[in-house]
Ligand binder design. Structure first.
Ligand code: SF4
Length: 213
C-alpha cells in the first residue's frame, strides 16, 4: 500500500501545514480567542438545534467529560449557551445556543469561514478526489481512535459504495434511496447512522478504497 514513501511524506507535510493554517485562521476569525473545544462546541450545538446532552457533545468531539464541562462553563459564562430540561429524561438537561451564541456559531461555521475561499478555487475533479480521500483519512483516524464526531458516508450504515452499477454515480445511499457520486460524499451528514456491524464496515471500507473491481 505504501508504495512511495517520498510521496506520502509530501502529503503529510502538506496536510500538516494546512492544519496549521486552519488553526491560525480559526483564531483570527472568531474574534473572541476561543479555545478549539469551545469553538467546536458552538458549532456542534448550531448543527443540532434541538439541543444535545453534554455527554453526546463530549463523545462527538472526542474529549473527556471533564474537558467538555470546562468548555461548557466557559461558553455559558459568555452568554452563548443555555441549559434546558431534557424532555426525554427529567434528570438530564440539554444544551442549546442562545441567540448570541447562534449568531457567533453561524459566523464560525458559515460558507465563507475557514478555508472556504481556498476550497472554492479547486476544480471540480480535484474537489471530488479530495472528498473521496477525506472519507478514507477520516475513517482511518476514527479507527485509530484519533477522531470522532464527523458523520461521514464511509462509516454510515446507509452507505453502499460501488453498488449502483452506474460509473457516473457509483455509490448508493439507502437513506434517500438514490445513487450518487464522489461529488456528493458527505463529511458531516445529519442523517448518518453509524455502521455498528464491524464486518460490514470493514467490507465497505475495502470496497470504497479498491473500487468496484
Ligand atoms: S445518510 Fe448521509 S452519510 Fe449516510 S450514506 Fe446517505 S448521505 Fe451518506
Amino acid at each position: 500500500m505504501n508504495t512511495d514513501p517520498a510521496k506520502r511524506l509530501q502529503l503529510k507535510s502538506g496536510l500538516e501545514k494546512i492544519a496549521d493554517l486552519v488553526r491560525a485562521q480559526s483564531w483570527r476569525e472568531d474574534g473572541a480567542g476561543l479555545p478549539p473545544t469551545q469553538r467546536a462546541l458552538l458549532i456542534s450545538l448550531a448543527r443540532s438545534p434541538q439541543g444535545l446532552r453534554a455527554g453526546e457533545v463530549a463523545a462527538s468531539l472526542g474529549v473527556s467529560a471533564a474537558s467538555l464541562s470546562d468548555s461548557v462553563r466557559g461558553v455559558e459564562a459568555r452568554g452563548w449557551l443555555q441549559r434546558a430540561p431534557d424532555p426525554a429524561d427529567a434528570r438530564a438537561s440539554r444544551l442549546t445556543l442562545t441567540a448570541e451564541g447562534a449568531a457567533l456559531a453561524a459566523k464560525l461555521d458559515g460558507p465563507e469561514s475557514g478555508l472556504a475561499q481556498l476550497v472554492a478555487t479547486l476544480p471540480d475533479a480535484d474537489a471530488d478526489a479530495l472528498l473521496r480521500a477525506m472519507q478514507l483519512l477520516i475513517r482511518e483516524a476514527q479507527a485509530r481512535g484519533l477522531l470522532s464526531g464527523l458523520r461521514t458516508c464511509l462509516g454510515c450504515e446507509f452507505f453502499q459504495p460501488f453498488a449502483s452499477g452506474d460509473p457516473a454515480t457509483p455509490h448508493f445511499c439507502a437513506f434517500v434511496g438514490a445513487p450518487f457520486g464522489d461529488a456528493a460524499l458527505r463529511t458531516d451528514c445529519a442523517e448518518q447512522q453509524p455502521q455498528r456491524d464491524a464486518d460490514a464496515l470493514a467490507a465497505a471500507v475495502l470496497r470504497f478504497r479498491d473500487g468496484a473491481a
